[in-house]
Write a protein that binds this ligand. Structure first.
Ligand code: NAD
Length: 292
């Protein structure tokens, strides 16, 4: 190389090395998020991922004890100023509206909404009472609608766009025997997300969905009746469930709350600036394999 050019390359290599050592700005700095079910297994992982990227996060959950614990823990890890807890039942319209008002008071607006609060219920259609059916629809479909609608309204008012992420389920994409009310509600969520994507696009409001398959670790819905039912219907012990799902998956891997959080981060951030109305299955390949 001629002397001058060699000198230039060295100069730029040094500059690049300097840049590498500089602290990088956090990708969600200045963004405000509300995560429903934020005191549960997947919700906590999502909240942590968003805070690690610099977002201020409101955990919205019906469980006051779990909320207090989570807010204290996140306060220690990320600073008290970036996390709040709001007790809310997502089926209660006034409470949902109140939780967004609280978010605006605490942090000044809303940029990211994660619709995640949920329950599980396992019963075949013939054993599904109207009460059980309505409970699923009211929390998983109507609750998601209320939260998404309020987030959407505020985002539209603010005029700076935003991202709404639904936590759906593999069960909303592929049918599953023995949990019809849950599966139907999850399918409804997915369609709501797509309809909202169409309406939100002109305002820069993106709506996408992340669909997990079995995420046993940390999840409260895997601690009760759902766990027993799934073990019985697959004719295995409850302690063997995680291994069962791992082996059943195409990739032979278990899915953890952090895996869901990573996909949510993608949709919440500008990495997915050109994605809306999409869903991403984080299920180690399960939704693709109907016959497995
Ligand atoms: P989880 O039980 O650990 O967390 C759910 C949270 O939602 C809890 O903290 C609970 O208190 C809260 N919640 C329940 N009802 C509420 C209500 N009416 N209002 C406000 N908050 C309420 O369960 P998870 O595994 O973290 O599930 C989170 C989401 O992921 C759910 O929507 C679930 O359907 C979905 N999902 C989970 C799995 C899985 O295997 N864990 C698989 C697919 C989809």
């Amino acid at each position: 190389l001629p002397e001058q050019e060699a000198f230039d390359i060295e100069y730029w290599l040094l500059e690049e090395a300097k840049l590498q050592r500089m602290p990088k700005p956090k990708s969600l700095a200045g963004r405000i998020a509300l995560v429903t079910g934020g005191a549960g297994g997947i919700g906590r992982a999502i909240a942590a991922r968003l805070m690690a990227e610099g977002a201020c996060v409101v955990l919205a959950d019906i469980d006051q004890g779990a909320l207090d614990e989570s807010v204290a823990e996140f306060g220690k890890a990320f600073g008290k100023d970036v996390v709040r807890g709001v007790r809310v039942d997502v089926t209660d319209e006034a409470a949902v509206i109140g939780s967004f008002a609280e978010t605006a008071r605490a942090f000044g607006g809303i940029d990211i909404v994660v619709n995640n609060a949920g329950i599980s219920s396992a019963a075949p259609v013939e054993d599904t009472s109207l009460e059980l059916w309505n409970r699923n629809i009211s929390i998983l479909a109507t609750g998601y609608f209320l939260v998404a609608r309020e987030g959407y309204r505020l985002m539209k008012q603010q005029g700076r766009g935003g991202s709404i992420v639904f936590i759906g389920s593999k069960n909303g994409v592929a049918a599953s025997a023995g949990a019809s009310a849950y599966c139907t509600a999850k399918a409804a969520e997915l369609h709501l997300a797509r309809c909202m994507a169409l309406e939100g696009a002109p305002f820069g409001i993106r709506v996408n969905s992340v669909n997990p398959d079995a995420v046993l670790r940390g999840s409260k819905i895997w601690q009760g009746e759902w766990r027993q039912q799934r073990a019985q219907s697959n004719k295995i012990g409850e302690d063997d469930l995680e291994e069962f799902y791992r082996k059943r998956s195409l990739l032979q891997r278990s899915v953890f709350p952090e895996d869901i959080a990573e996909a949510v981060y993608f949709f919440a951030s500008d990495l997915s600036a050109k994605s809306t109305g999409n869903f991403l299955n984080v299920d180690a390949g399960n939704a693709t394999s109907f016959t497995r």
